[in-house]
Design a protein around this ligand. Structure first.
Ligand SMILES: Cc1cc2nc3c(=O)[nH]c(=O)nc-3n(C[C@H](O)[C@H](O)[C@H](O)COP(=O)(O)OP(=O)(O)OC[C@H]3O[C@@H](n4cnc5c(N)ncnc54)[C@H](O)[C@@H]3O)c2cc1C
Length: 735
């Protein structure tokens, strides 16, 4: 129950800190010079006013004719300094450039001096402020950073040309972004050229200028604005032309039978179809296997049903803890699996053809194949039909990945697709994989009575979570009798005297694990082949999921992808979340498109203890150099958990240093997946720990753990000085 501070400074590279020191020293030198000058009654900026310039024009010109190069050198250096330190006066200096050097040389000198100065200001901002700003705002800036990486030069060009944006603000703000220095330099030089010419030209007629305001006429401002918007508009046109080009080889139907055809009736496809029908679009949903997809038939539902039975058995084993002297269970594994089947059957109506047909969705049981950007061919036992549609949503899901381990095919294996057909409990089981699916099923089968060995090649199971979380779950597994082998790589399966044996390489050399059944749960691959994507040229990305933009559009803007087939997350709730964007963008994208928002994504692993997370964990915050504080509340102290004999686990909250803003939460313990919902809501709607603390939580509930975590944070941030004064006040009151 402590709050620890974890800064980001130590991760800063040596190179960065060197540059940082140089910049600090430079700033300090210049500020000192300015202060010294001021103490002598010299205010630099007084010299950079229009009146002062006009008053001294003659003497400056005389000096220039006597010392042309020296004048140019001094002018250049002062210009660079003024812009680098964002001092007021750049406009007057530009006029001076025109007055002294004439239009051509004035433009050349000012163009380089202003760009170099702007770049120095950009670098000062970058090295003084960027780390701090990025660390403070963390994930909030992710979208902006991505936007700048993608479109930064266009934005900068526009900002440079539109005279509404002050020069020095652009320099400083751009310094906080990931825009490359080189890009900043050349875009600035080109973008500022038109303005430079106008001001230098005005400077050539200095005598006629009475104020800076008149230099840019409304007509000129409008022209600059148009010029500034030109690249962005061009960019949009180029995007449109590019999109049109992918369609060039296809014949577009004159009219469409449907608004949207959805391929796959899993979580993503069902929600897409639901939304489409809710807004009265004509939607066809095609499923080649079972309505409900993986979640209902081979994923979330059966696994949670099995977990329930396994948990019941574990409670019987722990009966003594609940004051029950003797409790035994007599069961048949096949009955447990029958219950799993029945649970699926009970939920099936939610995802059924009947329900969706009633909602107005046309449901086709068959194989879908995209044959053109607007046509899907559906093959059913009755034959084939071609559907024309304005948009297509690919929601084809994923399947278990089976690594090419020698001997595996011959020995036979189970996956999350096939394990539900088991009716006999394997006496000895190997589970390959320490991710959520492998871990949930490892514990289930161990509790049901299999002797389970879990093999993971990474240093720990549940690698996405913090190390102590993995350790807690691993200890719980060992208590359940599981042999957990981390840092062990499966290399071969052999059959020896009729017995299957897995050979693994581990830190202590090769080990042999005899087994009766093996579950392969080492990851899932998106279904991206065999239904037209190759022919259309719809590619995949690094994670082998369908390549989409932030609107979930593929290379064909009317073809979308969502759910496991699109990634990056592989959960039912993220599939449903993406489906909203895919459906709305597919149906209304011509009017307005919505970027899929991944800012607050929660998930849970339903082991015992359950592990739930939203936002950052400590490991990620450190890796990404995000400044944070950690507050932990131990659930061993919670009344309800103690009453339930489940007094274990923790609520671990990461916050912005000195603030109650939540960066991420990990909960380990009973019903962690339910408890996290309060933090998901808080993060989604920007509520801090103070708000959570000020909310009544029912006593005695597990949910109180959330409030107590907020309480721990509050205690750590109590205003000590104020408390000391309060103590004095109360002492005084006592007389
Ligand atoms: C064991 C296990 C446990 C899980 N537990 C959880 C959990 O607790 N919580 C959670 O959030 N997630 C869990 N998941 C993940 C979750 O099941 C998936 O993220 C979710 O099902 C993805 O939905 P989807 O619609 O993208 O794909 P799917 O559910 O796979 O649906 C895709 C559908 O498309 C169909 N299809 C593919 N190609 C075609 C074609 N050409 N024509 C017609 N139909 C086609 C397929 O038959 C399939 O039905 C679990 C997964 C597994 C395997």
């Amino acid at each position: 129950m402590s709050a620890q501070k974890a800064g980001s400074g130590n991760a800063r590279t040596a190179g960065h800190s060197k540059k940082f020191t140089v910049v600090i020293a430079l700033v300090a030198v210049v500020l000192t010079l300015l202060l010294v000058a001021r103490s002598q009654g010299i205010v630099i900026t007084d010299y950079l006013s229009l009146q002062s310039l006009k008053a001294q024009q003659e003497s400056i010109e005389a000096y220039f004719h006597a010392n042309p190069l020296l004048t140019a050198g001094i002018y250049f250096s002062v210009y660079v300094l003024v812009t680098a330190f964002s001092l007021p006066g750049a406009a007057v200096m530009t006029l001076a450039g025109g007055a002294v050097f004439g239009l051509l040389w004035g433009t050349v000198i000012v163009s380089f001096a202003s760009t170099i100065g702007a770049t120095l200001a950009f670098l000062v901002s970058r090295y003084l402020l960027r780390d701090m700003v990025q660390a403070r705002l963390g994930d909030k800036l992710k979208a902006i950073n991505e936007g700048i990486e993608r479109d930064g030069p266009f934005y900068l060009f526009t900002l440079r040309l539109v005279p509404l944006f002050p020069f020095f603000v652009i320099n400083l703000v751009m310094g906080l972004t990931p825009l490359a220095t080189r890009t900043f330099y050349w875009v600035s030089q080109i973008g500022m050229l038109a303005g430079t010419v106008v001001y230098v030209n005005a400077g050539t007629q200095l005598a006629r200028i009475d104020s800076l305001d008149g230099i840019l006429s409304p007509g000129l401002i409008a022209s600059f604005t148009l010029l500034g918007l030109f690249p962005l508009i061009t960019r949009k046109i180029v995007d449109r032309v590019k999109a049109q080009r992918v369609y060039a080889r296809w014949q577009k139907p004159a009219r469409f039978d449907r608004n949207v055809v959805v391929i796959g009736a899993g979580s993503a496809g069902l929600v897409t179809a639901y939304i489409g029908s809710a807004v009265k679009a004509k939607v066809t949903l095609v499923e080649r296997h079972k309505m409900g997809g993986d979640c209902l038939n081979t994923g979330c539902v059966p696994s949670k049903a099995l977990i329930r039975s396994a948990k019941f058995l574990s409670h019987i084993k722990r009966s003594g803890e609940f004051g029950i002297r003797d409790a035994t269970a007599s069961f048949d594994f096949s009955d447990v699996m029958e219950r799993v089947r029945k649970v699926i059957a009970d939920i099936e109506p939610h995802d059924s053809v009947e329900r969706y047909t009633e909602l107005g969705v046309e449901c086709l049981q068959g194989d879908a194949r995209i044959v053109s950007p607007w046509e899907v061919e559906v093959t059913t036992p009755q034959g084939s039909q071609r559907l024309t549609t304005r948009s297509i949503v690919i929601a084809a899901g994923a399947r278990p990945f089976v690594p090419p381990i020698p001997g595996l095919e011959e020995a036979g294996y189970l996956t999350s697709d096939t394990i539900w057909n088991l009716r006999e409990l394997p006496a000895r089981m190997v589970v390959l994989g320490g991710g959520p699916i492998g871990s949930e099923l490892t514990q289930c089968f161990a509790r049901l009575g299999s002797k389970v060995t879990q093999v993971e090649m990474l240093p720990r199971i549940l690698i996405r979570e913090d190390p102590e979380v993995s350790d807690t779950v691993m200890h719980s597994f060992r208590d359940d009798g599981v042999t957990v082998l981390v840092e062990h790589k499966a290399k071969q399966v052999i059959v020896e005297n009729g017995e299957k044996v897995l050979l693994c390489d581990g830190p202590d050399g090769e080990i042999r694990v005899p087994f009766d059944a093996m579950l392969v749960a080492v990851g899932r691959v998106a279904n991206t082949t065999g239904y037209g994507l190759e022919e259309l040229g719809i590619g995949t990305n690094r994670t082998r999921t369908v390549e989409t933009n932030e609107f979930l559009q593929t290379v064909y803007p009317n073809i979308f992808a969502c759910g496991d087939v699109a990634g990056p997350f592989q959960f039912t709730h993220t599939a449903a979340h993406q489906a909203w964007y895919a459906a709305v963008n597919a149906l209304f994208g011509g009017l307005k498109r919505f970027r899929a928002d991944y800012s607050v994504i929660p998930w849970a692993t339903f082991t015992e203890p359950e592990v739930a997370r939203v936002g950052l964990n400590e490991t990620e915050a450190r890796e990404r150099n995000i400044a944070h504080e950690v507050t932990v509340y131990g659930i061993d102290d919670l009344d309800r958990a103690i009453a339930d004999s489940e007094a274990h686990g923790m609520v671990k909250v990461l916050t912005v240093p000195g603030k109650d803003k939540i960066l991420g939460v990990t909960i380990v313990g009973e019903h962690a997946g339910d408890l996290i919902a309060e933090f998901v809501l808080a993060m989604r709607h920007g509520l801090g720990l103070n708000k959570l603390l000020g909310t009544i939580h029912i006593y005695p509930t597990l949910a109180e753990a959330n409030k107590f975590a907020a309480g721990n944070w509050k205690r750590e941030h109590a205003p000590q000085k104020v408390l000391q004064w309060l103590k004095r006040y109360h002492t005084w009151k006592r007389g």
